[in-house]
Design a protein around this ligand. Structure first.
Ligand code: UD1
Length: 363
């Protein structure tokens, strides 16, 4: 029997851990899963609703860390996670993605001599100003088992000198969640409630500090939206960080003046899936949404200068457009004229069975 602590902390972790925990419960003779929530995200809309939507069991332990500076948040997760690992004595700790909780918990384990597996290992944007890039690099250096979503990740790890025996290509576990929930999301009433018509609206998400904490960059993106929303209504579920910076940067009036840009609270997993899967176009700076839109063949414009998920550009619908106003507008009009990329060759192992391969690797 393998006792595994599965760590979740922030919104993008829940849809990666849910199918893994479900798979462990199906292999109950072999696995005893525990869920530890660090509390990095804590608003109902950023956390609780995902447990419900994804049928993720309530955490066995909640560390209640909350928001703080990077150093304070990372340190608080470490301090509170260490006694849990000491008392539970797990065989494995499983961390996912690239948030501060991922690195903090991996570092606790390696210092205690407890084995740690990193799901979604090996992704690299090569942009070290991005906090997640530091979390990815350091977690991969110290984790015992690196579970990768695609072969570009394996190549990145090998180029960093990581021995092949620590690396296992398992595929994209977020696509497990996507495929398991695509049918259930049809029950969502979100499109009806928002009064939008299938394939006749865009969806926008923005939360990267490099976009929303910088007045110049945020203004360039808003200028593009002023043009795009002249022809396409855009729904914008607003991340709490972004809600705060819109007010702090004095952008509230400018945002409100775009009558076709509709700001709403963050959505749960099923409502968001229902919304973006019927969109004509998605504009985002998220990592996961680049993958989800590619998997479903929805045109995606990534409002960043780089991506740690180049396979979505190579095989999927993603175009990395940066944050220059005219480039965003040109790419959006190409998408609206039907000349957007629509190729959807699914990368190998984005097949809904990554969680089973993760369990095989742990065994
Ligand atoms: C974090 C992750 C990022 C991920 C994102 C997804 C790091 C370094 N960043 O960024 O990789 O893409 O989550 O959402 O781990 N806040 C709330 N309620 C919440 C959570 C946050 O109001 O439930 C507000 C707080 O003001 C907080 C701010 O949002 O200071 C930022 O939260 P934080 O967790 O520090 O980073 P994110 O931008 O959410």
């Amino acid at each position: 029997m393998l006792k595994v602590i599965n760590v979740v902390g922030a919104r993008p972790n829940f849809m990666k851990v849910a199918p893994i925990v479900a798979a462990m419960k199906r292999r109950a003779a072999k696995f005893q899963p525990l869920v530890v929530h660090t509390g990095q995200h804590y608003d109902a809309a950023m956390s609780d609703s995902f447990f419900r939507d994804l049928e993720l069991p309530q955490p066995d332990t909640h560390l209640g860390v909350g928001s703080a500076s990077h150093a304070a948040q990372t340190a608080a997760v470490m301090e509170r996670f260490e006694p849990v690992v000491i008392s539970e004595k797990p065989d494995w700790v499983l961390v996912v993605g690239d948030v501060n909780s991922t690195l903090a918990c991996a570092l606790v384990c390696v210092k205690l001599g407890v084995k740690v597996a990193h799901v979604e290992a090996g992704l690299r944007s090569r942009d070290r100003t991005m906090p997640e890039e530091i979390n990815r690099l350091l977690t991969d250096q110290i984790a015992d088992l690196l579970l990768t979503p695609s072969s570009d990740a394996d190549a990145n790890l090998r180029a960093e000198g990581i021995p092949a025996e620590r690396i296992r290509l398992v595929g994209n576990v977020m696509i497990d969640s996507l495929l398991q929930n695509v049918e259930r999301a049809r029950g969502s009433r979100i499109k009806h409630d928002l009064g939008v018509v299938e394939k006749d609206y865009g969806v926008l998400t923005l939360h990267r500090p490099s976009n929303v904490d910088s007045p110049e960059t945020f203004a360039r993106i808003l200028a593009a939206l002023e043009t795009i929303t002249e022809t396409l209504p855009v729904i914008f579920p607003v991340h709490p960080r972004t809600r705060k910076t819109i007010a702090e940067l004095g952008l509230s009036n400018r945002v409100a003046s775009m009558k076709n840009l509709r700001l709403i609270d963050p959505l749960g997993y099923l409502d968001f899936l229902s919304l973006y899967s019927a969109a004509r176009l998605v504009l985002t700076d998220s990592g996961g949404i680049q993958e989800e839109t590619s998997a479903l063949g929805i045109p995606c414009l990534t409002l960043r200068e780089n991506t740690e998920r180049p396979i979505t550009v190579e095989l999927g619908t993603n175009v990395v457009v940066g944050t220059d106003t005219s480039r965003i507008v040109a790419a959006a009009s190409a998408a609206l004229n039907g000349s957007a990329k629509r190729t959807t060759h699914q990368p190998p192992f984005w097949d809904g069975h990554a969680s089973e391969r993760i369990l095989d690797a742990l065994e």
